[in-house]
Design a protein around this ligand. Structure first.
Ligand code: GDP
Length: 304
């Protein structure tokens, strides 16, 4: 992902190489190129607008470092502004003072929540935590079984008192809020220090889904609510993120499917549009295809 954006930005910077001093026209031209590259990569329009304004202002007005040539100055500014739109600093999980820490996953169906639950639990376990996975997606066929399989792979127990829906023709029954509460009680009793709650997603944002997610969040008083978003869904990423931010007031974002070849700019806009940091990224179906998200590393990768 981001190869095309990366190529376009690199080509723009190349045009500045060898220039002794940048005129206002040079900066305008460069800003225009960057703007086009970002828009073509699907970065959300308001994010692009803000980005370009910041780059122009700094390139024209800043007391530029003497150690860098003009092309390097622009790269530096673009790099720093990219880091900004990606949420600035790396944001780590915040653990509750009194365990268990409750982490809830929310997002559309197919975003990669159940897969992420397995990865996140393995990552936490490798750091010495004792997570418990809780199966509250009672809606998607076989979601509970899939979580059990992922838990087994990760070597993490799964609390799944309700089998959930087994086929597309079945109506969802069972109360996900109760399962979540019972899961947290089980974690307390068995001294798990982290609970990861997998919740149901729909194909599109809807009120029933949002109310259910909100009810779970409130009932268990989640410490972290991670909004999981498929980076391949393009422009919809931004509107979906806004709806979930209003609906469940998530605390962080997880970008999945960054191994895909979509343009990805919309996913890059999510942090900026919602004001919530990207905390993790996922780059495949395997347990290990998972990383803490570092805005500075992602910006450097894009500008490499
Ligand atoms: P959920 O409905 O949100 O729980 O989504 P799932 O976890 O079931 O994931 C939906 C599909 O996406 C599954 O086939 C996963 O194997 C796949 N998937 C999840 N994360 C990634 C990823 O980072 N990269 C790729 N290529 N596939 C992924």
């Amino acid at each position: 992902m981001f190869n095309s954006l990366s190529d376009r930005l690199t080509a723009t910077f190349k045009n500045l190489r060898g220039k002794g001093r940048l005129s206002e026209a040079d900066i305008d031209g460069t800003a225009r190129e960057i703007r086009r590259a970002l828009l073509d990569a699907d970065v959300a329009v308001p994010v692009v607008r803000q980005f370009i304004a910041a780059v122009k202002e700094r390139a024209l007005g800043e007391d530029l470092s003497k150690a860098l040539n003009p092309a390097q100055q622009v790269v530096k500014i673009v790099n720093e502004e990219l880091v900004n739109i990606l949420g600035g600093k790396t944001r780590n999980l915040e653990f509750a003072k009194t365990p268990p820490t409750v982490i809830m996953l929310a997002g559309l169906q197919g975003a990669g929540k159940t897969t992420l639950a397995g990865k996140l639990s393995k990552w936490l376990k490798d750091q010495g935590h004792t997570p418990l996975l809780v199966a509250c997606d009672l809606q998607r066929p076989n979601a509970v079984t899939q979580l059990q399989v992922n838990g087994q792979r990760a070597g993490v127990p799964v609390f799944a008192p309700h089998p959930g829906v087994q086929s597309e023709h079945e109506e969802a029954t069972g109360d996900p809020v109760k399962v979540a509460l019972d899961g947290v009680a089980e974690a307390k009793q068995k001294l798990h220090d982290v609970v990861i709650i997998d919740t149901a997603g729909r194909l599109g944002v809807d009120e029933v889904l949002m109310t259910q997610a909100r009810d779970i969040r409130n009932a268990v008083q989640a410490d972290e609510v991670l909004f999981v978003i498929d980076a391949m869904i393009g422009q919809d990423a931004v509107t979906t993120a806004q709806a979930f931010n209003e609906g469940v007031n998530f605390t962080g974002v997880v970008l999945t499917k960054l191994d895909g070849d979509a343009r990805g700019g919309a996913a890059l806009s999510v942090a900026s549009v919602t004001g919530k940091p990207v905390m993790f990224s996922s780059t495949g179906e395997g347990l290990k295809d998972f990383e803490v998200f570092h805005p500075d590393r992602m910006a450097s990768r894009i500008l490499d």
